[in-house]
Design a protein around this ligand. Structure first.
Ligand code: GDP
Length: 460
């Protein structure tokens, strides 16, 4: 996610390292690098201009700080400006005073709407809401079935047109109040909401049809649904991997359906993704959620500040902790949070204890990517197969309790024994210990915070 942008920015800041004072030409060179990095990542030109303009102004006028060196100061300014571009404050669903809250999803076909409907439903359900999914995508042959599958996986009921009555615009069903067309998305959406009201679901998520490209019919249909159901939120689902086209698509949807929030999907992909980063700034609507994979749990609330830190490789320990809370019980989660935030060693014992819970959280890879300093290890991470988890588990299980709590004491003969016991090579044991040591160090530097450095700004 935003891999090359992150690399480029990190490299730019490295050039400033060790400078006691920043001259105007240092600042200009840095700004030039940042501009190129953003443009190469597909961030929209007007956004790049505004961004670099304010960074330059602030960097030149930066007051002398006791706590930060010049390089750190620039990183801090860039981080703050990045937060601004990403929308500033975190914002999620605004619930209607009178339930049900109606949320309409819009976006191109394949953008990930249906998948997201399930994720959003599950997120709401986990918070004690009672969501209902409504299948108003009658364009794509399999869309209704797909939503039903997604709903089942997420444990959320789905309101769909009756089988056999779908697709044809003249299909009708006698509802007792005269006949109503069941085959058009506007009626299906309306009926879904009526159903929610009658059965006391408190949130309705309406999945609408997309097309492969923006077209007038699509907008008309989406606009009609919007007008008919007066949703409390219209979420525009944007595939972060479509590159430059993201900007145009977002603008077209903003005009067409006046969305109230953005969902960035497929943020797990390797694409440049910068165009998606321009969307909040260009449309003035907040990015609310991120979709990061095909599983129903691959979902995050979008926090501009945390995302900015992640892009600048300052880590995203808060999101990591939240993910953990989903999978651990309260006591374990508190313990983990304490370990992350306190200057205390995270041991293999903790690691092992939490391993099974982590497995529940989906991909270990995506979690590792949130750790401070991990961007530099991206190649290793990409090569990382989640099955490697099993090998790691085997290695940790072959350690004695003493070794698990004192990894630094694991000498050559202990390593050989662990390798033998877990059926791996000594090199693999060495690699594990090395990585673990690095991770421990990162967590400590995060935890230390203040005291002469920004938290989690590895190497600067
Ligand atoms: P829709 O046409 O907008 O409803 O899109 P779908 O929900 O059917 O998604 C299109 C494809 O993208 C499917 O194969 C999904 O599994 C996949 N997909 C959706 N969201 C994500 C995501 O966040 N990450 C990845 N890697 N794939 C996704």
């Amino acid at each position: 996610m935003f891999a090359s942008l992150s690399d480029r920015l990190t490299a730019t800041f490295k050039n400033l390292r060790g400078k006691g004072r920043l001259t105007e030409s240092d600042v200009n060179a840095t700004i030039r690098d940042i501009r190129l990095a953003l443009l190469d990542a597909d961030v929209a030109l007007p956004v790049v201009k505004r961004f670099t303009g304010s960074v330059r102004e602030r960097a030149l006028g930066a007051e002398v700080s006791q706590a930060l060196n010049p390089a750190q100061q620039v990183v801090k300014i860039v981080q703050e400006e990045l937060v601004g571009i990403l929308g500033g404050q975190t914002r999620t669903i605004r619930f209607a005073k009178q339930p049900p809250t109606v949320i309409m999803l819009a976006g191109l076909q394949g953008s990930g709407k249906t998948t997201f409907a399930g994720k959003l439903g599950k997120w709401l359900k986990d918070q004690g809401h009672t969501p209902l999914l409504v299948a108003a995508d009658l364009q794509r042959p399999n869309a209704v079935t797909q939503l039903e599958v997604v709903g089942e996986r997420a444990g959320i009921p789905v309101f769909a047109p009756e089988r056999g009555n779908m697709g044809g615009h003249d299909a009708v069903l006698d509802s007792g109040e005269g006949t109503r067309s069941f085959g058009d998305p506007v009626s299906v959406s309306r009926l879904g909401i009526e159903q929610a009201r009658a059965r006391q679901y408190d949130v309705v998520i309406v999945d609408t049809a997309g097309r492969l490209a923006v077209d007038a019919n699509l907008m008309q249909q989406a606009g009609d649904i919007r007008a008919a159901i007066a949703p409390d939120e219209v979420l525009f689902v944007l595939d972060a991997m479509i590159g430059q086209a993201a900007v145009e698509t977002a603008q077209a949807f903003h005009e067409g359906v006046a969305f109230t929030g953005v969902v960035l999907s497929k943020l797990d992909g390797d694409a440049r993704g910068g165009a998606a980063l321009s969307v909040a700034e260009l449309t003035g609507e907040p990015i609310m959620f991120a979709s990061t994979g095909e599983k129903v749990t691959d979902f995050e609330v979008f926090h501009p500040d945390r995302m900015a830190s992640r892009i600048l490789d300052m880590g995203d320990v808060l999101t990591l902790i939240e993910q953990a809370e989903k999978a651990f019980d309260k006591r374990q989660a508190d313990e983990m949070a304490r370990k992350f935030l306190a200057e205390e060693d995270f041991t293999f014992e903790d690691f092992l204890q939490q391993m099974n819970a982590i497995k529940k959280m989906g991909s270990l890879k995506s979690m590792l990517k949130m750790m401070p300093g991990m961007q530099g290890m991206r190649d290793q991470l990409d090569a990382f197969d989640d099955r490697e988890f099993d090998r790691v588990e085997a290695m940790v299980r072959s350690m004695t309790p003493f070794e698990r709590t004192h990894p630094k004491q694991i000498n050559g003969s202990r390593r050989a024994r662990i390798a033998k016991g877990s059926g791996v090579t000594v090199t693999e044991v060495n690699q594990l210990l090395e990585r673990f040591g690095q991770a421990q160090k990162m967590m400590k530097s995060m935890a230390r915070g203040g005291g002469g450095g920004l938290p989690g700004m590895p190497g600067i």
